[in-house]
Ligand binder design. Structure first.
Ligand SMILES: [Zn+2]
Length: 263
């Protein structure tokens, strides 16, 4: 697993298999000794997941969310130490960009932490209970991977999308991102200018329509992402290298072209 820092509040850990990206985001809390750089985000109260916030340890100001997950058991086992090294507090929430099994493994690293996702993903998970676990078992079987415990998603928290989600005194912006699958969301980390795109805008995975995916919805998502890409500094696709805005816009155009040609 490779881990890089995109911003003092944003780390990306990339799994050695499938190049799945896990994004770790810290929102500072005012009064914890770190001033918010810039005006506080305006707008209504964000959706809060994870419940009561524990007092941060010295030097660990704020609140941490973990978006998506690496895949291998060793990588998942390393995540808590990675957060500690970066002096991020232990996560109070997990988020998944969509309901495909390879993005849902965060609870193997942080078993007690609640998983939040788009309403569309919560509905999908509810409609097909055990699907992620079955697909994970099939993947593990193929690679002879053994896990210390089975995957339990717990009570999944459905977040309104489009919407906002509070992390510390900051807010993540959530945008619908369906088409690859029938569900999903893209997440903007506005103060770090990072867009977590889900399974879109990848240089390693061409546009893929999974079960329940739709070309029209995929194209609509790409158009929805376009302005978000343009104003981001880093675009993190579900799989593969982190892109700058110029490269991500090129990938977006290539994807639009390939999807509109395929009839
Ligand atoms: Zn994926």
């Amino acid at each position: 697993m490779r881990a890089v820092s995109l911003h003092r509040d944003v780390l990306v850990a990339t799994s050695a298999v499938l190049q799945v990206n896990c994004v770790i985001v810290r929102g500072v809390v005012a009064g914890d000794g770190e001033a918010l750089d810039g005006p506080a985000q305006a707008g209504g109260p964000g959706e809060s997941i994870g419940g009561a916030r524990e007092a941060p340890a010295p030097g660990q100001a704020g609140e941490t969310f973990v978006i998506d997950s690496p895949v291998l058991p060793d990588e998942l086992a390393t995540l808590p130490a990675l957060l500690e090294q970066a002096r991020f507090p232990a996560p109070s929430g997990l988020l998944a960009t969509h309901g495909d099994w390879d993005h849902l493994l965060g609870r193997l690293a942080f078993p007690g932490v609640a998983l939040g996702c788009a309403e569309s993903t919560a509905e999908r998970l509810q409609a097909a209970p055990g699907e992620a676990q079955r697909e994970l078992r099939a993947f593990d079987k193929g690679l002879l991977i053994e896990r210390p415990r089975p995957l339990a998603l717990g009570s999944v928290q459905a977040l309104p999308v489009p919407g906002r989600c509070a992390v510390g005194d900051r807010e993540l912006e959530l945008y619908p991102a369906d088409g690859h699958t029938p569900d999903g969301m893209a997440i903007v980390i506005p103060w770090a200018r990072v867009l977590v795109a889900g399974d879109y805008l990848s240089t390693v995975e061409p546009p893929t329509l999974n079960d329940g995916g739709s070309r029209e919805a995929y194209l609509a998502t790409l158009e929805r992402l376009r302005p978000l890409v343009a104003s981001a500094e880093h675009i993190v696709p579900g799989h593969g290298p982190v892109l700058n805005a110029a490269r991500a816009l090129e990938v977006l155009e290539e994807n639009v072209a390939s999807l509109t040609q395929a009839t």
